[in-house]
Design a protein around this ligand. Structure first.
Ligand code: NAP
Length: 332
């Protein structure tokens, strides 16, 4: 074996033109760090762990890339003057992570055992061991369950006002929901939209009083009480939203350019329920600096963060978790 000018290892054939016997294809299952999940938090954690020379595996799940894979334009991720499509951003980050030396396997984790180190992470076909774990499994926005949500996802149906609000300047919009998220999204969207139709299934908001007061005082926000969204209609992009009155069943149609669904998020933490501390809504409880209730298990991104929920903050948390993991492995 010798090294080439490019640093790559080459096999030198010293025999009689015969290739050396190939080694059995052993699958590597032990790593310094195992990262579960491959959104901005997971990939960024991978980049930082690998650059710290920690042998790092990302188990990405079967649909890697996280929520950005279902987004179109991303205008608020620094470094892209003209924005970038969500899936392209995630492909770029993945390639960058692989280039740093992180092993990425597109397999789904079905069980974990965090009782002892090394921690065990199981997929349907393999058992992996890691001296430290970073959980980056994210959260999913709850959906209304309408066909139009799929048809017009990224074409007028959105789950993030901060991400997509600026695309709807001077348009009428629907916001569905009655909690803090819905009110926050509606209030934020008044910066861009001409009118916000806030559609709530009851006649009382769940949101905190102070946020309610702000929304009631805002002339751009119109409230539609006891209404559910029945249908999203469009032609290439959203054009109409049909509402149903929960008391009379009467249907009304709003002509709008988009709908923001803000009926809560579900963190992807079922796997960890008996292993680490979760709060009432299932979010991972952090003790300090991305550390969970189990020493050596860290979390980053929307799986613990219900407040910011941005790609850039998730990436930031991924970086923080990786730095903490490196420190933890050095000390232990
Ligand atoms: P949430 O508090 O669970 O509220 C969800 C809202 O959506 C409720 O009004 C609910 O109606 C409605 N809803 C749920 N499923 C629905 C469906 N299938 N169809 C129609 N409507 C539906 O969720 P969230 O607003 O995302 O807030 C989550 C947590 O984060 C809360 O603790 C909240 O206080 C916090 N948060 C805080 C801030 C802030 O302080 N700035 C901002 C955002 C979120 P019902 O009321 O009838 O159940």
């Amino acid at each position: 074996m010798m090294s080439s000018a490019t640093g790559e290892t080459q096999v030198v054939d010293k025999g009689l033109g015969k290739k050396p016997p190939s080694k059995p294809n052993e699958k590597k299952t032990k790593f310094d760090v195992i990262i579960i999940g491959a959104g901005p938090a997971g990939y960024t954690a991978g980049i930082y762990c690998s650059r710290a020379r920690r042998d790092t595996l990302i188990l990405s799940g079967i649909l890697p890339g996280g929520q950005l894979v279902n987004t179109t334009d991303v205008e608020n991720y620094p470094g892209f003057e003209n924005g970038i499509m969500g899936p392209d951003l995630m492909i770029n980050i993945r390639k960058q992570t692989e280039r740093m030396g992180t092993t990425i396997i597109d397999d789904e984790v079905v069980n974990v055992d965090f009782k002892h180190r090394p921690f065990k992470v199981l997929t349907a076909s393999e058992e992996y061991e890691g001296d430290a774990i970073i959980i980056c499994t994210g959260a999913n926005p709850r959906k209304l369950g309408l066909e139009g949500e799929t048809t017009y996802g990224g074409k007028g149906v959105s789950y993030c006002a901060t991400c997509d609000g600026p695309f709807f300047r001077n348009q009428e919009l629907v916001v569905a929901g009655g909690g803090d998220s819905a009110i926050e999204e509606a209030t934020f969207l008044t910066k861009f939209a001409s009118t916000i139709h806030l559609v709530h299934r009851r006649e009382q908001l769940r949101a905190s009083k102070i946020m309610q007061e702000r929304a009631f005082a805002d002339k751009k926000i119109k409230f539609h009480w006891n209404k559910t969204v029945e249908e999203i209609i469009g032609n290439g992009k959203v054009q109409k939203v049909v509402l149903r009155d929960t008391k009379t069943n009467e249907k009304t149609t709003l002509e709008v350019g988009g709908i923001f669904v803000a009926i809560g998020h579900d963190p992807n933490t079922k796997l960890f329920a008996n292993q680490i501390e979760l709060d009432k809504q299932g979010y991972i409880v952090l003790k300090e600096n991305t550390k969970t209730s189990v020493k050596g298990v860290f979390a980053a991104g929307d799986v613990h963060d219900r407040r910011y929920r941005q790609a850039i903050t998730a990436a930031g948390f991924g970086c923080m978790a990786a730095i903490e993991v490196d420190k933890f492995l050095s000390e232990n």
